[in-house]
Design a protein around this ligand. Structure first.
Ligand SMILES: Cc1cc2nc3c(=O)[nH]c(=O)nc-3n(C[C@H](O)[C@H](O)[C@H](O)COP(=O)(O)OP(=O)(O)OC[C@H]3O[C@@H](n4cnc5c(N)ncnc54)[C@H](O)[C@@H]3O)c2cc1C
Length: 407
């Protein structure tokens, strides 16, 4: 029995490998750089079950010109990468049509419905415990106008995701999060958010469970053949498997292209700073909704960051963005130190319609794709693992997530 290869040892690849291993499959997960801290290791740690609206939507598009004026604002574009990013941006614009937003929201809402149960099942299968907690999250709005502008999105989340939200005054918000200072006009509490204690801890836990089934190696190509699917490594060696799951984050696109398929996948890069000894205690993540970032309390410390930078995958990090977000956070949480902590940049593997790619190769069901989770890879990791395992045993995936939409 040649088993199943998983390409990529981020949270999607490791969750899928752990799920399959618990089903009794012989798995081999390939990870190119086990020591590097990619998106799965440094994210905000939120299980954002209510976040079912795609990034491309009319309200976002109208804010884009204003955001782009501020090079350290919530959305930045590295202009020299514009030609390479244009196909993604054109599809992003097309995805902001009202009927597509409704379709994508319903599709993500469908995925999210089982996401918490899937996390609990993954934890059981991978032997993890005590890392999940329901915290809720609070979104702050600087002005009454920005609060009003956000309400339709909350309504859509309620209608298509079933998650209630509670509008709050600043005093009500401070009663929940006493460290919050002024600077905001309204807030929204949504109790349906959960958190992990540490994204890195979860990744390491999954990897530990895989043991020597997680192999250091760079996959150069996936080559289907009559006797199986060959996984060729950059060092020239190759091994043949019964089936392969491509879960290599944004780098999946090279493997997809090698298989003769197309995908529109770029990185939305995000920045943060983790402060181990922050003198504020947040009982839940605080989202600075007008600025596109969050402060989340993790066992690693207080992590402040987010925002979106559209840039080539290998463009150098601009850590001034992490510092700008921290400065903004100090307006609301003034006790946070001005310096210290660890600055980081991570690459969200993002499709223009905010829907992940979860589905089989259209002409070879031995190959399954599981990538492109954008802002929601941690949240949807366990659900993706369950769906990928189902696909390998012949269960059809929900249609909107197939790679066919890019062909
Ligand atoms: C600032 C920030 C905050 C975020 N906050 C949240 C959050 O709160 N909640 C949430 O749900 N999501 C969040 N995300 C998104 C989430 O982190 C990602 O969606 C998720 O980590 C993607 O996981 P992945 O496994 O697909 O990709 P990655 O983490 O990028 O992993 C892909 C892996 O594949 C390996 N690889 C690539 N090519 C090859 C190859 N050829 N051979 C072998 N290995 C290969 C890479 O080395 C890498 O380890 C955040 C992201 C950022 C940047």
């Amino acid at each position: 029995m040649a088993g199943i290869a998983i390409i990529g040892g981020g949270v999607i690849g490791c969750a899928t490998a752990a799920w399959l291993a618990a089903d009794g499959h012989e798995v081999t997960a390939y990870e190119r750089r086990p020591e590097d801290r990619y998106a799965s290791a440094g994210n905000a740690g939120m299980l954002a079950f209510p976040e079912i609206t795609p990034l491309a939507r009319p309200g976002v598009l109208t804010s884009v010109p204003r955001w782009l004026m501020d090079p350290l604002g919530p959305l930045a574009l590295r202009w020299r990468d514009l030609p390479a990013l244009t196909p993604w941006l054109l599809r992003f614009l097309a995805a902001a049509r009202a009927e597509q937003v409704e379709r994508s929201t319903a599709a993500l809402g469908g995925l999210m419905r089982s996401a918490l149960d899937d996390h609990q099942e993954l934890a059981r299968r991978a032997g993890l415990s005590g890392h999940l907690r329901q915290t809720g999250a609070i979104d702050l709005y600087d002005t009454e106008a920005s609060f009003r502008a956000a309400l339709p999105e909350w309504e859509l989340r309620r209608r298509l995701g079933g998650h209630n939200f509670e509008p709050l005054t600043p005093d009500q918000a401070r009663a929940l999060v006493p460290d919050l200072a002024g600077g905001f006009a309204r807030a929204v509490l949504c109790r349906a958010y959960w958190m992990v204690d540490s994204p890195l801890g979860v990744l390491q836990g999954l990897r530990r469970g895989l043991g020597d089934r997680l192999v250091a190696g760079t996959v150069a190509a996936v080559e289907p053949g009559a006797d199986g699917v060959s996984v060729r490594l950059a060092d020239g060696t190759a091994r043949t498997f019964d089936k392969v799951v491509v879960a290599a984050g944004v780098w999946s696109r090279e493997i997809v292209r090698g298989l003769g398929l197309k995908v529109t996948l770029e990185t939305e890069r995000g920045y943060n700073t983790t402060i181990p000894e922050a003198p504020v205690r947040l009982p839940m993540p605080v989202v600075f909704a007008d600025h596109g970032f969050v402060a989340s309390p993790l066992s690693d410390g207080l992590r402040i960051g987010g925002a979106v930078e559209l840039a080539a995958v290998d463009a150098p990090a601009n850590l001034a963005r992490a510092r700008a977000l921290r400065r903004k956070a100090r307006r609301y949480l003034p006790a946070i130190q001005e310096t210290g902590g660890t600055e980081w940049m991570g690459r969200r593997p993002s499709t223009p319609d905010s829907l992940p790619v979860i589905g089989p190769h259209p002409h070879d069901r031995r190959i399954v794709f599981a990538f492109g989770h954008g802002h929601l890879g941690l949240t949807l990791s366990a659900t993706t693992a369950r769906l990928a395992a189902g696909l390998l045993s012949g269960t059809p995936a929900p249609a909107p997530f197939g790679i066919e939409r890019f062909q």
